[in-house]
Ligand binder design. Structure first.
Ligand code: B12
Length: 113
């Protein structure tokens, strides 16, 4: 139950200057907080990235670490199996559900401006 994207969008976004990673491992954008869904376009054009953003996670904050119902977050990575089993489900009628996003929703950086 461990997956890696062909590209880790959040690490890529950091290297592009879009934001920094929070302790919950999510991208924090200076304007939109952690609410961005990230997409990527692969190209062989030589493009300059924007300047790297400073660390936007709040020093000493432990909200995501302390409120994960399955203690899946260690501050730098996520125990994927624990998160998956807790988060993704199916309704009685067979529709996929996302049942937890506490590390995103409770983060004080879930909205910035
Ligand atoms: C697999 C996956 C998951 C897994 C693992 C999550 C994770 N943190 O990696 C699970 C099922 C747990 C998951 C859950 C969720 N996910 Co998800 N997931 C992905 C997916 C498909 C791949 C991520 C991946 O490859 N992880 C494995 C590796 C990269 O992570 P790692 O082991 O922590 O990496 C460490 C080292 O390997 C090293 N490293 C690895 N690569 C690199 C690269 C560089 C440059 C550097 C410096 C270091 C480095 O540093 C890391 C820290 O130690 C991405 C889409 C994508 N293609 O990126 C979405 C993605 C990360 N998910 C996303 C979201 C929204 C969620 C959820 C909030 C969904 C929900 N419940 O509502 C939760 C959040 C849980 C959490 N706190 O992470 C968004 C995040 C958006 C954002 N603002 O950051 C993404 C980017 C999807 C998208 N298109 O936007 N997800």
């Amino acid at each position: 139950m461990t997956a890696k994207g062909m590209i880790s969008m959040r690490h890529t976004a950091v290297q592009c200057g879009l934001g920094s990673l929070g302790k919950n491992t999510l991208l924090i954008h200076p304007e939109f907080g952690n609410r961005l869904t990230v997409g990527a376009v692969l190209t062989d054009l030589e493009l300059n990235s924007d300047p790297l953003q400073p660390d936007l996670c709040i020093p000493g904050c432990r909200i995501c670490l302390d409120h994960c119902p399955v203690q899946a977050i260690s501050g730098g990575s996520v125990k994927q199996k624990s998160c998956r089993l807790n988060t993704y489900g199916t309704t009685a009628r067979g529709f996929d559900t996302v049942d937890c996003n506490r590390c995103r929703a409770l983060c004080p950086r879930n909205r910035m401006k």
